[in-house]
Design a protein around this ligand. Structure first.
Ligand code: PML
Length: 275
């Protein structure tokens, strides 16, 4: 549903990308009202300069006006967290959750292997996400280095303190959780999306997730070994429901703001579903 937000007369997309020797090291973005653009830009540049993989030799920060009437309003996905004992168990859990979202065992395993081996050419980490045909496993992104960049999404700024407090109370206060939840929330709103698999390319962050429109945002405590720089995202698409260009356009350009939070379930030990 696309509705206009009467209290929002002017909205800006503020985006930051930082790199060093042409390697991406940090990126973040926000959708904020005009009075918050300067403060948000300063905060994102500060973040780029203190990136763990930094310091960067290039920081790009740009802001672009968004027509509030085009914003798609949505609810954040429900959050589930599963504790696994090892990377191997985590990847099995991810495979099971992808199968639960409607994928075949082969396609689920292919997505896990794609991220594990490095999804870009020669095993490099891609800047954006892999787009994979949910039935054939075919790679659909036009640029195998850039991938698909999900952009122009945020939590409504007046909701942010409450959502941050809720996540912190559940032990999920790391900034990566909220950022990934917002990004995944937008992905799950996109036409034709069947599921998403993600784990971070940050060497020190080993948690990842499987998200799907019917299943929510399902976190898995370990999807890689600490120190491993490989990670990224795979979006599975049902091509009977959407064309690749319409999907990429939605993911990269449609502004989405979240104004409602879903359920945040307590951490559970992962158990294999009954056969
Ligand atoms: C979480 O703990 O829920 C976030 C997992 C994915 C982080 C992805 C990223 O670092 O961008």
């Amino acid at each position: 549903m696309i509705i206009s937000c009467p209290m929002m007369t002017s909205l800006y997309s503020v985006r930051m990308r930082a790199s060093c020797h042409d390697q991406h090291i940090s990126g973040a973005e926000r959708l904020v009202p005009v009075h918050a653009v300067a403060e948000t830009t300063a905060a994102l540049i500060e973040r780029a300069l203190s990136a763990p993989l930094g310091p960067p030799d290039k920081v790009h920060c740009n802001s672009e006006q968004i027509d509030p009437a085009t914003v798609h309003w949505a609810k954040l996905p429900d959050v589930y967290s599963y504790q696994v004992e090892s990377v191997q168990d985590g990847r099995l859990a991810a495979t099971q959750l992808l199968i639960g979202a409607g994928l075949s065992a082969d396609r689920a395993a292919l997505a896990v292997a794609t991220l594990a081996e490095g999804a870009g050419p020669d095993g490099v980490v891609m800047r954006g996400a892999v787009l994979m045909d949910a039935v054939t496993g075919e790679r659909l992104e036009h640029d195998l280095v850039r991938g698909v960049r999900v952009s122009r999404m945020d939590l409504l700024s007046t909701c942010r303190p409450d959502v941050e407090a809720l996540l912190a109370a559940a032990g999920l206060g790391h900034h990566r959780v909220l950022e990934a939840l917002i990004l995944s929330g937008k992905v799950l709103q996109a036409p034709g999306i069947v599921a998403e698999l993600c784990w971070s390319d940050a060497p020190d962050y080993v948690t990842g997730y499987v998200a799907a429109p019917r299943c929510g945002y399902q976190r898995i405590s370990q999807l890689k070994t600490a120190g491993d720089k490989r990670g990224g995202r795979v979006f599975f698409v049902d091509r009977t429901k959407v064309t690749v260009s319409a999907l990429v356009d939605y993911l990269e350009r449609q502004p989405v703001l979240f104004d409602t939070v879903g359920t945040i379930a307590p951490l559970k030990k992962w158990e294999l579903p009954d056969a």
